[in-house]
Each structure stands twice: as C-alpha cells, then as structure tokens.
Design a protein. Structure first.
Length: 242
C-alpha cells in the first residue's frame, strides 16, 4: 500500500462512530479516595504531544531519534509490561493508552516507585485518538496484549481488531515497525490473523498465518495466568509495517 493510500483511511466520521462502540468488557472504573485530587493533573503532565514528528517527540524527550525507539502499548492493564519495558530499555520512549482509571492509577504508582521518566500516558479510546489526531509515522513498536475478545458473535463488531482500526494503526506506524499481539482466545487469534493477513500494510514476520515465539521482553501477566489456569494457551503474533 502506498503512503498516499495509508494516509487516506475510510471516512473519518464513520471511524469516530466506530470508536464509540463499547470496545471494553469492563466499566472504566472508580478512583480510590484521594486519587481524584491528583490523577487529572498528573495525566495532563504526562500527556503526549501528537502534533509533531517522531524525531521531534524523541528530541523533546531527551532521546536520540537515530538509536531510540518509540513504543505504543494499547490497553496496558495495570502497567506491568509497560514499566518492565521502560526499566529494561531506558533509551527508548513509551506511550500507553487506556480507558480504565484503576489501571492508569496503578501505572502512575509503578512509575513513581521505579522513578521512570520515559513513559507518557493518554487516557481515552485508541480508535478515536488515531482517527482525530492525524498521527502519522510515529511508532517503531506497537503492543496489543489480551484485548477484550468479545466472544459472542453479535458482539464481534466491538472487537478492537477491525479493518478500519488497522488502517489507522498502519498510518500511525513507521515503515518497518513491528506490531505484536497476544490473546488467549483461539477464535479471536484466528480473527486477528484473518484481518492482518489480508491487510496490504502488514506482513507476518514469521510467514503467512504463522504464530510468533514469545517475545524476548515478555513478562507474564495476570491475564496470561488467568487464561492458562483456564486451559487456554497464549497465541503470540507479530507483523511488520510495510
């Protein structure tokens, strides 16, 4: 797919309407006592600047665009993976996007305990964010771990992995960037493969419809443990933005 095509996703109003589907199976959460006093201000401080280039973002963040990577994690849970990666790759910069207040609060506390300054946060719906912020060619790595599977057929339209979302994500990624996904629902894994294999902007790193090995940076999370306890194996897949 040409750069011109990837910069022209389907009708933007339709994408925004899609983004307002209920994409998550849980409520957005309730803040603990006292958190409402400090959380909004802290989030504002850590909010990314979307209207500049990747190199400018990294320069402002004190990183070298030639050697540092810009990561995006979509749906970071309680922040285990994001803080693990930020600790192990201090030269890289990370942006986490999530809607759940408890997870955002947990991640902020982890960041403070670990004294991490290479994570930025955005609270909101990733589809609407990508559809409205005109994000082009920013991300070297994108992670989507255990998105809500919405197993009932009538709810499949609520799944995150859709053709429209992948158009937006392809635009937001750099050519050569890597998208990794993980799920413990085999049917959703097939759905992911079906959508990514037919998308002209992504190529399976390990060959057509092939699973990926567990990433070297992988940190087992409670979602993984919950799935394994229920007898559901974890599927990892990896695609390169082409």
């Amino acid at each position: 797919m040409s750069d011109e095509e990837t910069k022209l996703p389907p009708d933007r109003d339709a994408l925004i309407r899609f983004s307002r589907f209920k994409l998550h199976g849980r409520k957005k959460g309730i803040l603990k006592r006292g958190e409402s006093d400090w959380l909004p201000g802290r989030l504002q401080q850590l909010q990314p600047t979307w209207d500049v280039s990747r190199d400018e973002i990294l320069h402002r963040w004190g990183a070298n665009p030639e050697t540092s990577r810009l990561w995006l994690e979509i749906g970071f849970g309680n922040g285990e993976t994001l803080t693990h990666l930020a600790s192990h790759y201090p030269e890289d910069r990370f942006i986490g996007v999530d809607v759940f207040l408890e997870g955002i609060s947990a991640l902020l506390r982890r960041m403070e305990r670990c004294n991490l300054a290479n994570i930025a946060l955005e609270s909101g719906n990733i589809v609407e964010l990508l559809a409205t912020k005109n994000i082009v060619g920013l991300f070297d790595r994108v992670m989507i771990n255990f998105p809500d599977p919405w197993p009932k057929k009538r709810h499949h339209k609520r799944r995150l992995i859709q053709k429209e979302f992948l158009h937006l994500l392809a635009t937001a990624m750099r050519t050569g960037g890597i998208l990794t996904l993980a799920t413990d629902w085999s049917e959703y894994g097939e759905w992911m493969l079906d959508h990514l294999e037919t998308h002209l902007s992504f190529s399976n790193v390990y060959g057509p419809r092939q699973a990926a090995p567990e990433p070297s940076f992988w940190l087992p999370t409670r979602f993984q443990q919950k799935g394994e306890a229920a007898g559901r194996p974890i599927l990892h897949i990896a695609y390169r933005r082409i």
